[in-house]
Design a protein around this ligand. Structure first.
Ligand code: SER
Length: 318
């Protein structure tokens, strides 16, 4: 029986992963933790705690006390926010990962670790279309530098200490349950909220800036599939490319207009525009398909329908 610790359970990925994992492993076996308040529904359904991943002593006590067997470390400072306080973001992103890897090395019960990397490991010198698994990685953001260094550490801990740590390079993640915060791809979430609330949106990227994106359900299913795959299938111990779909603000606007013909978008690119331009437009994820069966279900039309419906329901139930 697995006993699973989710760190960052109040965040965009964590809040949905907790629910999916509880459905598989039982509510009582999935421990939802965050530095922030845990959403009420998650708190009510199973164990939870306020826990700071930077506090390595409390962390190790918690893991031992609850006999945790798998850790999902989802806490991070995202790309836009990291540029505002680079050294602090570096410290948080790196030290938190080192705390987890070091713990997994010494605590025998902990058999598997998941840590997300990002398309941000790529940079301006990377081929931007259908970006390969193995290619130039010269990130220009502090977030990207921290994710690339993290990937190297994951591979190192696997090779040196046999820590079974697994990772994917998430593209922009789109969901309506919990909003993301401070990312460059987050326009593609905000646009749905503003479309429903106000009927217009000022986009911080240019209209033709294409980026790889994925609906949260696909991202959660990919994560679960990766973690359930037999150890010997995991050939990449840094992080797997996962692509999903690729679109620019103009394209998603056209999809939204099919439902809301009066929706208006204006463009006012800010400091996140050069970040977006340094990242891939689309991703080659054939290695993930081959090694552990990555598959995605959402195209841009299904994603738009689901997001508009989800955001609408969220507002009407408030
Ligand atoms: N969605 C993230 C960001 O924009 C990329 O990993 O920061």
């Amino acid at each position: 029986m697995e006993r699973i610790l989710i760190i960052g359970a109040a965040g965009q990925i964590g809040s949905e992963l907790v629910t999916a994992m509880r459905a598989i492993h039982g509510n009582e076996n999935v421990y939802a933790t965050d530095i922030k308040d845990i959403p009420k529904d998650i708190k009510k359904a199973g164990p939870s705690a306020i826990l700071d991943v930077m506090d390595d002593k409390r962390l190790i006590h918690y893991v031992i006390r609850h006999k945790i067997t798998q850790i999902y470390h989802l806490a991070a400072v995202l790309s836009g926010n990291a540029e505002k306080l680079p050294l602090q973001a570096w410290h948080i992103n790196m030290q938190s990962l080192m705390n987890i890897l070091d713990l997994a090395k010494v605590v025998e019960d902990v058999k598997k670790v998941f840590w997300p990397s990002s398309i941000a490991v790529f940079g301006p010198t990377t081929p931007r279309v259908n970006t390969p698994q193995l290619t130039i990685t010269e990130p220009s953001t502090v977030y990207g530098i921290s994710k690339l260094a993290g990937e190297r550490w994951c591979e190192y801990f696997y090779n040196r200490y046999d820590v079974d740590v697994r990772s994917v390079r998430y593209p922009g993640l789109i969901s309506y349950k919990t909003e993301a915060g401070g990312g460059t791809t987050d326009y593609a979430v905000e646009i749905f909220y503003e479309a429903i609330k106000k009927g217009n949106y000022e986009c911080f990227l240019k209209e033709d800036t294409a980026l790889p994106m994925m609906f949260m359900e696909d991202a959660v299913n990919a994560t679960i599939k990766l973690m359930e795959a037999p150890k010997e299938n995991i050939k990449i111990r840094s992080s797997y490319n996962v692509g999903g779909i690729s679109f620019a603000p103009k394209r998603i606007t056209a999809e939204i207009k099919k439902h809301l013909p009066d929706f208006k978008i204006t463009y006012n690119p800010d400091f996140r525009q050069p970040i977006a331009e340094s990242w891939p437009q689309s991703i080659d994820d054939s290695q993930a398909q081959k090694d552990w069966g990555l598959e995605t279900k959402y195209n841009i039309t299904k994603l738009t329908d689901t997001m508009l419906e989800g955001v609408r329901t969220k507002f009407s139930s408030k």
